[in-house]
Design a protein around this ligand. Structure first.
Ligand SMILES: NC(=O)c1ccc[n+]([C@@H]2O[C@H](COP(=O)([O-])OP(=O)(O)OC[C@H]3O[C@@H](n4cnc5c(N)ncnc54)[C@H](OP(=O)(O)O)[C@@H]3O)[C@@H](O)[C@H]2O)c1
Ligand SMILES: *[C@@H]1O[C@H](CO)[C@@H](O)[C@H](O)[C@H]1NC(C)=O
Ligand SMILES: *[C@@H]1O[C@H](CO)[C@@H](O)[C@H](O)[C@H]1NC(C)=O
Length: 318
């Protein structure tokens, strides 16, 4: 009898947590995107690829901005076949190199005439340093997209109404910003154990939320709006460098029971990119296609401004 109650309780707990963490509303917006141009960073795999498919299906020209030419071009072939849209192209972008970010922006601005949507999707939780000596997670998840967004801002303004969408994570909620660590070590957190990587990852995702907040303020009156979001817990390659035996077991377990596929994982990104009449929510954060209020630290004007200024320095803009 006791066992039965226990099992039933376990099942109920599973369904409730599954509903909260996994369930994703499908985005059914009928927006047509003919004549529009969209950049998806990290569009060759995972959530980014599913997002690119959702955008291409609606007729837009899609630029897959990826670091690997081979993986990027392979994904372009898949996506053209899947969506029947042949306006999908690869352009090389390595967010772990400020030089590459600048080259991408230059190349893009020269060869393309519009930019209607920038989707900062690429992200990782890997150790090491970028070409510029920044912590890998700080560089790829935050400073690279920071520079990229800024270099493309004028084009976005010219094409307004336009949007910038930042794929953040629910993990931002346990993140903090340690300004001393950033200025002294040019990293978000020290150490390279799985726990340290996870910490730096959550900090970087808090940076995304803060940036969306600051950017929205700076863009007031331009008709360029910005959103950040949590895609859900999605089976992808994201945890590829999180591999100590203990975390490997948790990862396998969680991903079996509580993670969803990448198509579901793309729905909130598509919502933020395409849903009509959310412009007044610029700067805000979404999860499961719904507005969510973030913690005070993630919408603090002082912190977001300070982070912006440090980022200008680290990205060589200031
Ligand atoms: N999966 C989840 O449960 C989850 C939860 C919350 C948030 N997110 C966020 O969702 C976004 C997409 O993640 P995902 O789960 O789809 O992961 P993924 O399958 O690992 O895809 C990540 C993408 O980012 C690209 N990337 C990595 N480093 C790069 C660099 N230096 N320059 C350019 N591109 C780079 C990868 O390119 P390569 O193929 O060349 O490595 C890949 O295309 C990330 O921002 C992540 O933080 C995911
Ligand atoms: C997205 O995040 C990056 C890095 O945190 C930031 O530079 C950029 O301004 C953000 N854009 C939006 C719309 O939030
Ligand atoms: C923004 O959009 C509104 C409504 O379409 C328009 O009236 C206004 O002129 C636009 N502002 C800018 C700066 O483009």
């Amino acid at each position: 009898m006791f066992l039965l109650i226990f099992i039933v309780a376990l099942l109920i707990a599973y369904f409730i947590t599954h509903r909260i963490f996994v369930h994703r509303r499908t985005f059914n917006g009928t927006a047509k995107l003919y004549g529009k141009t969209v950049i998806v960073t990290g569009g060759n795999v995972g959530i980014g690829k599913a997002t690119a498919a959702g955008i291409a299906m609606r007729g837009a020209r899609v630029i897959l901005a990826c670091r690997s030419k081979q993986r990027g071009e392979e994904a372009v072939r898949d996506l053209i076949q899947e969506t029947g849209n042949d306006g999908i192209i690869f352009m090389q972008l390595d967010l772990a190199s400020l030089k590459s970010v600048r080259a991408f922006a230059e190349n893009f601005l020269k060869s393309e005439s519009r930019l209607d949507l920038l989707i900062n999707n690429a992200g990782l939780a890997s150790p090491g340093r970028t070409e510029d000596g920044l912590g890998m997670i700080l560089g790829v998840n935050h400073i690279g997209p920071f520079l990229l967004t800024n270099l493309l801002l004028d084009r976005l303004k010219e094409c307004a109404p336009s949007r910038v969408v930042n794929v953040s994570s629910y993990g931002h909620d346990v993140g903090t910003i340690d300004f001393d660590c950033i200025t002294t070590h040019r990293r978000l957190a020290l150490g390279s154990s799985d726990a340290d990587l996870f910490k730096a990852y959550t900090h970087s995702k808090l940076c995304n939320v803060l940036f969306t907040h600051e950017l929205a303020k700076r863009l007031e009156g331009t008709n360029v709006t910005s959103y950040s979001l949590h895609p859900g817990s999605v089976r992808s390659e994201l945890g590829r460098d999180i591999n100590e035996w203990f975390t490997r077991i948790i990862k396998a377990f969680v991903s079996k029971l509580w993670a969803t596929d990448t198509v579901s994982g793309a729905q909130t990104t598509l919502y933020c990119a395409l849903q009509e009449d959310i412009e007044h929510l610029s700067g805000r954060y979404f999860s499961d296609s719904q507005l969510v209020q973030v913690k005070p630290e993630a919408r603090d004007d002082g912190i977001s401004k300070k982070l912006w200024e440090i980022s200008e320095k680290l990205s060589g803009m200031a």
